[in-house]
Design a protein around this ligand. Structure first.
Ligand SMILES: CC(C)(COP(=O)(O)OP(=O)(O)OC[C@H]1O[C@@H](n2cnc3c(N)ncnc32)[C@H](O)[C@@H]1OP(=O)(O)O)[C@@H](O)C(=O)NCCC(=O)NCCS
Length: 198
C-alpha cells in the first residue's frame, strides 16, 4: 500500500456538501509536480474527450465518458491541472468522474480515473481517488466501488496500492486471474469489480 503522504493536506481542506461551491485543493507534494485539483466544468469536456482514448492506450473508450459526466456529475468529480511543460499555460493532467449511488447512498462509484501518460507515477491518480474518497466520506459514503476490464494491467496494481480489493459479492469466475463477470457490460465486455472502505 502506497502511503498517501498528502492525506492530511486534503483532510485540512474545509468539507463541502455535494452540490456546493467547488473548492480548489492542492494535491500532496510528491516529486516536482504538484497539481491543482478542481471540479470539472462542462467547458472542460471537449479537451478531455479528445485525449481519453490515447490515455487508455488507444482502446476506444469514448463510451466511458459521454458529456453528461461533466454536465451532471461535476460536483462529485475532479480534474487535476498542471502547468504545461512548454510554458503554454495550464493543462489537464488527470481526471476522475464519480458519483454517489442513487440506489445506496453509502456507496460511491468511480466511473473512470485517468492520468496523462506523461504525468504518471507522480501521485496524481492517488490524489484524485483520495479527493473523491474524502468528500464522498463526508457525504456518508462508506464503500467506494469501481469496475474495470480484468486485463487492465496498469489499473490493477494502482487499485491494489490504494487499498481496493476484489468485491467478494461478485460470485465471479477468474478472467486473467481476476474474479470477473463475463459480459458484465453490454453482454460482451468482461468486468471485475473492486471495492474499498472510505
Ligand atoms: C491507473 C492510472 C490512473 C494511475 O495513475 P497514476 O497517477 O500513474 O497513479 P499514482 O502515481 O498515484 O500511483 C500510485 C501507486 O499505484 C501503483 N501503480 C500505478 N501505476 C502503476 C503501474 N503502471 N504499474 C505498477 N504499479 C502502478 C504504484 O504502487 C504507485 O505508487 P509508486 O509510483 O509510488 O510505486 C493511470 O495509469 C492511467 O490513467 N491509466 C489509464 C486509464 C485507466 O486504466 N484507468 C483506470 C480504470 S478506470
Amino acid at each position: 500500500m502506497v502511503p498517501f503522504d498528502g492525506a492530511s493536506d486534503l483532510r485540512a481542506e474545509p468539507r463541502r456538501a455535494v452540490g456546493g461551491v467547488p473548492p480548489v485543493i492542492r494535491s500532496p507534494e510528491r516529486g516536482p509536480e504538484r497539481p491543482t485539483l478542481r471540479r470539472p466544468a462542462e467547458s472542460d469536456y471537449r479537451g478531455v474527450a479528445l485525449v481519453v482514448d490515447d490515455w487508455w492506450d488507444g482502446k476506444v473508450v469514448q463510451g466511458l465518458l459521454p458529456r453528461l459526466w461533466f454536465r451532471h456529475f461535476a460536483s462529485t468529480s475532479w480534474l487535476a491541472e498542471l502547468a504545461n511543460p512548454d510554458g503554454s499555460g495550464v493543462g489537464v493532467a488527470g481526471f476522475l468522474v464519480g458519483f454517489i449511488s442513487p440506489e445506496d447512498s453509502a456507496v460511491g462509484v468511480i466511473q473512470a480515473v485517468g492520468v496523462d501518460p506523461r504525468r504518471r507515477r507522480t501521485g496524481i491518480g492517488t490524489s484524485l481517488v483520495e479527493a473523491f474518497a474524502k468528500d464522498a466520506g463526508a457525504a456518508g459514503v462508506r464503500t467506494i466501488e469501481t469496475i474495470l476490464w480484468p486485463g487492465n494491467r496498469r489499473a490493477l496494481p494502482f487499485l491494489a496500492a490504494l487499498g481496493f480489493r476484489s468485491d467478494p459479492d461478485l460470485g465471479a469466475r477468474p478472467i486473467y486471474g481476476i474474479p470477473s463477470i463475463e459480459g458484465y457490460d453490454f453482454g460482451t465486455e468482461d468486468r471485475a469489480r473492486f471495492i474499498r472502505d472510505v
